[in-house]
Ligand binder design. Structure first.
Ligand SMILES: *Cc1c(COP(=O)(O)O)cnc(C)c1O
Length: 491
């Protein structure tokens, strides 16, 4: 017991400035009575980071066309571009890498992987892939196509791109509170189930090959989805005979939020919460680069025998034989171990609390963030941070560039660079939100790294009126945020 005061107010010393009250949680399991939550690991191997001068950083930016995806990682001091594949593996996982069985067919590592995924998801067919988008490509090559519509609480960018590439439509059905960055609510990642019912009535069951729900909701702030919402979405799908899939990338972080915030789950183990989440699904796609705490990997898990057969046929011609997908045996071994480690509640407590710490500190200094802090990342509201930069001059991109210019911090724009469109007449349609995501790699940075980030962001905030907008000078037709080139708009 510990860490929560009588009135339910968290007293984590990691952050005195709690803006979020944990309302439902009365018991926190803690090994000590100390208030400080520490990184639940010690460091066995270190990787030096390179310090650069302001002039060097300016040069790096220019050379990369002001696209943070185009700059060498070596020139980044603190890399918060993504939490995808940037995880630090444990000593146990590295030992697993040595134990990996590299047999072409039926490797021991595959069976370990399959058993672990089955134990957590309860799903029948476990199909390894090289990463999440490979799972998506296979799934939507089979189920997508012209005239099809696929709803989600909010599609992630690769999910949307793979659906659209198949010719189908990807539709987001968020709740009203989910898209309001200022509202503080427990489960802002939820599917809008009223909108889902209306959507099914409008589009027609025959045109909806599957319905997805993304946990946590990455495109909308890493916000969690409640068990009640997963259950309700599943029920609606079952009523109409629509297969229900979970985009499971951050299943453990989502489960921990359920434990913290949803009545009835405080005393349940995270593993049992995870198992309940998946019990409502007919299948899932997963990027192991997130909550399997590895550097590469993914899978599809499905119950439908016929769909599994088709998926394995596609897998063989693009990813590899069904017992390795696009992975080495050692990768499968590391995933199996990571899927167990991620359920450790001391790890999850540190993970969720340390992300919130960053959010709360910058928010207390006036920096507008998406409230409340999400699981894997803090999303800064660039529209509010830079009110003098209109969406067509990419305020999110401008802000991400400025964090790098000022302090060598790499973040990721999630706004009009990623999601804006042009209508038939060539008019610019901005993204609904202009966000900059500070994604936290798992087990990589310590609290003092994060304190440095906090200090830098507050300094940029204090000088925000001097930040220029940007224009695109070169762009590809799809997923342009990866390769577009920009230049500052100098007045
Ligand atoms: C990362 C991610 C994906 C895609 O996975 P990759 O491994 O990057 O291909 C899909 N959905 C969500 C929610 C993600 O966060």
């Amino acid at each position: 017991m510990g860490a929560i005061a009588e009135d339910g107010q968290p007293v984590y010393a990691l952050c005195e400035l709690s803006v979020y009250r944990i309302r439902h949680l009365h018991v926190v399991v803690s090994i000590t009575t100390m208030k400080t939550i520490i990184e639940p690991f010690k460091i066995k191997s270190v990787e030096p980071i390179k310090f650069a001068t302001a002039e060097q950083r300016e040069q790096v930016l220019r050379r990369g066309g002001y696209n943070l995806f185009a700059i060498p990682a070596e020139d980044v001091l603190i890399d918060l571009l993504t939490d995808s594949g940037t995880n630090a593996m444990s000593a146990d996982q590295w030992a697993g890498v040595m134990r990996g069985d590299e047999s072409y067919a039926g490797a021991r590592s595959f069976y370990r992987f399959q058993d672990k995924v089955r134990e957590l998801t309860g799903l029948k067919h476990i199909i390894p892939t090289h990463q999440g988008r490979a799972s998506e490509r296979i799934l939507f090559s089979i189920l997508g196509g012209h005239g099809k519509h696929i709803p989600n609480n909010a599609h992630f960018d690769t999910t949307r791109a793979n659906i659209e590439f198949s010719g189908a439509e990807a539709d987001d059905l968020p709740t009203a509170e989910g898209i309001d960055p200022d509202v503080i609510a427990d489960f802002k990642g939820n599917m809008n189930t009223d909108a889902l019912r209306a959507y099914i009535a409008k589009v027609g069951v025959a045109n909806i090959p599957l319905c997805m729900i993304t946990v946590t909701n990455n495109s909308q702030g890493g916000q969690p989805v409640s068990m009640a919402n997963i259950r309700e979405t599943s029920k609606i799908c079952r009523e109409h005979g629509i297969p229900f899939f979970i985009d499971a990338c951050r299943f453990a972080e989502n489960a921990y939020f359920i434990k913290l915030r949803e009545p009835g789950y405080a005393d349940r183990s995270v593993k049992s919460i995870v198992q309940e989440m998946f019990s409502y699904a007919d299948g899932c796609t997963m990027s192991a680069k997130k909550d399997a705490i590895v550097n590469i990997g993914g899978f599809i898990a499905i119950n439908d025998d016929n769909l599994a057969l088709k998926a394995r046929n596609l897998l063989v011609i693009t990813e590899g034989f069904p017992t390795y997908g696009g992975l080495a045996g050692r990768d499968l071994e590391a995933i199996a171990i990571g899927l167990e480690e991620v359920l450790d509640e001391h790890y999850l407590q540190y993970r969720i609390r340390s992300t919130a710490y960053l959010g709360e500190r910058i928010s207390a200094a006036g920096v507008p963030i998406m409230q409340p802090p999400g699981g894997h990342a803090i999303y800064i509201n660039a529209k509010k941070f830079l009110p003098h930069i209109p969406p067509e001059q990419f305020p999110g991109q401008a802000l991400a560039i400025e964090f790098f210019r000022h302090a060598g911090i790499r973040s990721c724009e999630i706004g009009s660079v990623m999601f804006s469109r042009y209508d038939a007449s060539g008019k610019f349609i901005p993204a609904p939100m202009e966000l900059v995501r500070l994604a936290i790699p798992r087990r990589v940075y310590t609290q003092s790294h994060i304190d440095y980030v906090i200090e830098a962001i507050i300094e940029v905030y204090q000088n925000r009126d001097k930040i220029p907008g940007y224009r695109i000078v070169e762009e590809p037709p799809m997923l342009r945020h990866f390769t577009a080139k920009f230049e500052p708009i100098v007045k």
